[in-house]
Design a binder for this molecule. Sequence first.
Ligand code: DCP
Ligand code: MG
Length: 363
Amino acid sequence: MRHIIHADLDAFYAAVEQLDNPDLVGKPILVGGRPENRGVVATASYEAREFGVHSAMPMRTAVHRCPQGIIVPPRFSRYKEKSGEVMSIFRDLTDLVEPLSMDEAYLDITDVVEAGEKPLAVALDLKRRIFEKTGLIVSVGVGTCKTIAKIGSDLDKPDGLVVVQPGDEEAFLAPLAVNKLWGIGPKTAERLHRENIETIGQLADQPLEWFASMFGKRAESVRDKSLGRDVEAVHVHGVSKSISSETTFTNDIGDEAELRDVVERKAVRVAHSLERNGLKGRTVKLKLRLADFTTFTRQFTLPYHTSDEEPIKEAAWSLLVAELEPGRTFRLLGVGMANFGDDSELETPHIQQLPLFFNEDTH
Ligand code: DCP
Ligand code: MG
């Protein structure tokens, strides 16, 4: 079973403006162009939304509805910077992150849940970390497919958290309006309205043939979504340069056996992520943070590309052993793999004869 999070920041541009200028906190903010320049609202703080202001509205209309609104010109480079901070916190949790825009992303947390974490705890922890590290508030939806996660994150905004338990998908969606489904725009909603279909439940109740006549090629996908069981994967865009898994401990760890255990679990996670993404790597990285927050990485390059657990475990552990000192404790440990490629042009027996580590480029 898959576990997916959809996370979307609240009133993103406005929240960044309030963060950088405390005078704006708690006030109606209209981020966008001036009304005299035919500006539009990029976003409004929740305080301004109470007056019926929303994104894409002409600023002239917004000012009319909310005369006390404070107009703030957008600062895109600052939003991009904050977005980067948020995305990197998402990637601390899982490598399977699919950003949809500057302020929202899908995260596949299946591995994290299979490692024993409860989805609710993962979501709460993510919200807390985003707030502590960036000062921004994120709304989160959690479920077994993208449809559920996406709808969930929007349902309880701002500062939302909706977790739909496996098995509850259909009942969760049933009472909601059809236009909440991804891919049902105003035109389709109008066609459905003419057939007296207003809710996702009414849509899901239709026979298969009806879906075929209504949606053609999309029939199956729309039906799956209406039942909360779409199978769409979280797509990691672009070519990632490394895959890693790291944890900050609640209490710093110095015990060798405990550290060994963490390294092994991280290595398994990395191996799984590599496999999921169809990648093999050669450079194993170990990231460490000490009790005094000093952070550094060590790396080993293997003689061949691999996605196997064993060499990753072995390399990461040998790097860590070199850093153990009596009394030294660690607050963060991460294992990663970089230098992706494939050795399929080489013959396997030849590769297997190579020693495990032939090039130690630790620094
Ligand atoms: N945005 C924009 N123009 C739009 C919609 C959005 O410029 N028509 C920008 C401003 C938003 C950001 O994108 O801050 C994120 O879009 P969201 O739809 O997620 O809206 P917000 O984050 O502002 O509000 P919320 O997600 O709380 O509804
Ligand atoms: Mg948002």
